[in-house]
Design a protein around this ligand. Structure first.
Ligand SMILES: Nc1ncnc2c1ncn2[C@@H]1O[C@H](COP(=O)(O)OP(=O)(O)OP(=O)(O)O)[C@@H](O)[C@H]1O
Length: 218
């Protein structure tokens, strides 16, 4: 199992006290599976994704990535797991502005210790970015920047791709193209995909779907 999340609980402290967001959420993701996570705004989708990506820790419950538990690991070990096991795409593209397209991809691959130039060339070609590798992020459209962000997330060929509203800033046609590219690339690399989306239309293209409601999987 690529992701095995069990009985996750998470509350946030606010001025009004502790507010529960996740109250016993479990999910699994196997190789080659594509899973859509839907739910109303504020239902805890990003929180759940952050726990799975080892960007935050649950109050209770366990996340296993590729069979290894994140519980009890140091921040450094968690960061290492994240770099090697997970590719992340967010609604904001978060590219490094001072690096070119090619450098953004290579930087990520190097961080994970897996720089494979032939793969990066192929990835760039499949994402339709071959003519833009020397451009800086600010010289690209939103759709192009998101394609670079997808390339960066897959640069080290991680077993898991986690995408949080990756098409939230794009128009419908561009969103469709970007999702099609994500699906094509995860099929090619054999990665599992967990995609957070508000869109029923996009969720319908994935193999499975989970809906979060009031802290539970509905
Ligand atoms: N760091 C934080 N401190 C306090 N409350 C938080 C924090 N992060 C998130 N929350 C609250 O937790 C709830 C779930 O937030 P989360 O971002 O996970 O929801 P979401 O389903 O991803 O929402 P959206 O679809 O709007 O992005 C919200 O009520 C939010 O206000």
């Amino acid at each position: 199992m690529l992701i095995d999340a069990r009985d996750l609980h998470k509350s946030y402290m606010t001025a009004e006290g502790s507010v529960p967001v996740l109250s016993g959420v479990s999910l699994t993701l196997g190789a080659g599976e594509t899973l859509a996570l839907t739910g109303e705004s504020g239902s805890g989708k990003s929180t759940l994704l952050h726990l799975i990506a080892a960007l935050d820790q649950p109050d209770r419950g366990e996340v296993r990535l590729g069979g290894t538990s994140l519980t009890g690991q140091t921040d450094r070990q968690r960061a290492e797991m994240r770099r090697k096991s997970v590719g992340l795409v967010f609604q904001q593209f978060n590219l490094v502005p001072s690096l070119t397209v090619a450098q953004n991809l290579a930087f990520q691959a190097r961080l994970a210790g897996r720089l494979d130039s032939a793969w990066l060339d192929r990835l760039t070609g499949q994402l339709g970015l071959s003519g833009m590798t020397d451009r800086y992020p600010e010289q690209l459209s939103g759709g192009q920047q998101q394609r670079v962000a997808i390339g960066r997330a897959l640069a080290a060929r991680p077993p898991v791709l986690l995408a949080d509203e990756p098409t939230g800033n794009l128009d419908e046609a561009t969103a469709d193209t970007v999702l099609a590219l994500i699906l094509e690339l995860v099929t090619e690399t054999g990665a599992g995909l967990l995609l957070v989306t508000h869109s029923d239309r996009l969720a319908g293209r994935l193999s499975r779907r989970l809906h979060l409601r009031q802290g539970h999987i509905a």
